[in-house]
Design a protein around this ligand. Sequence first.
Ligand SMILES: NC(=O)c1ccc[n+]([C@@H]2O[C@H](COP(=O)([O-])OP(=O)(O)OC[C@H]3O[C@@H](n4cnc5c(N)ncnc54)[C@H](O)[C@@H]3O)[C@@H](O)[C@H]2O)c1
Length: 349
Amino acid sequence: MPTHTVLVTGGAGYIGSHACVELLNAGFKVIVVDNLSNSKSESLSRVQQLTGKTLSFYEADIRDKTALTQIFANEKPTTVIHFAGLKAVGESCAQPHLYYHNNVFGTLVLTEVMQEHNVKQLVFSSSATVYGVTELTQYHEELPLGAINPYGRSKAMVEDILRDLAEADIKNKCEYPWKIALLRYFNPIGAHESGLIGEDPNGIPNNLMPYVAQVAIGKLPQLSVFGDDYPTPDGTGIRDYIHVIDLVRGHIKAIDAFNTEKFSDGNCKAYNLGAGRGYSVLEIVNAFENVTGKKINYKISPRREGDLAEYFANPELALKELNWKVEKTLHDMVADTWNWQSKNPQGYK
Ligand SMILES: NC(=O)c1ccc[n+]([C@@H]2O[C@H](COP(=O)([O-])OP(=O)(O)OC[C@H]3O[C@@H](n4cnc5c(N)ncnc54)[C@H](O)[C@@H]3O)[C@@H](O)[C@H]2O)c1
């Protein structure tokens, strides 16, 4: 069987670096394109150390068509996993142009270059933020979309663009049609069990788990729990947390699915990647204290605008069509986060 070459945009980042490990271990050749705007190339050195395999790294921006064209000509990838993007909701509200330019225009340039090189298998990092506010707490893929901030809308716009590309090829009975998986992530946390790679946020973390980990290590004084008066059992918000290794394995399952009947005439399909159950903020804090033996100093703060009480994935479609489901436990997620944080208190620095 010929070696498949997978080009990974954003491969130096949190999820991308874990994907590189799984791809290399599964025998794929890996090419990373990353502008290092939110990551360090040290993550890729660690990936190679961990796997004993090499990858090719290009420090480039996906919006740079000349650079991207050269990379595609040199490396001849067969598939792209597209992680490159900006991801902070608050920042996207303050700087919407930056988010649309990076996430939407960046994807346009990428898919244009892919099309020019007849590379038409794409796995895209979408997000549960594309769903609208609904009465339901469990989200399935057919729910109407209705993102409520520029970050979520940038993901929804890219989904629309990718659906249109696939549909055009199907209508035209194209010989090599687009095969696209839109993977809607819930809340990725955790790290590789080696503790060599993990999430290394710039500045103050936006997400709960790295925040808790930095409080535990003494880097941050206190966690703010936003709202304890939600209609949930302990009053704090409930989210569907997914171990980053389970998450990246879903990407390999999606690549496998491109060879199945589901995608044989071309297709663009969305799949939720989540556990299908949620944990509250206080459950995460308690689990962290139990696993690490560290006390997490927290205070209750007012609710944040736009936060929902509870939502989690319906992951049945990914099980049925990708043969994927989560395997890691809450204990794994917490223990692996702590292993990474305690071995790397300053991240990759
Ligand atoms: N982490 C989450 O909670 C989460 C949830 C849902 C979806 N996602 C999506 O998954 C993807 C990966 O997320 P992550 O958590 O690994 O983020 P990350 O910031 O760690 O990784 C993104 C990588 O993309 C790179 N990048 C950004 N813009 C680029 C550009 N124009 N050209 C080249 N490289 C660029 C960054 O330097 C970084 O290495 C993102 O698209 C994000 O929106 C993340």
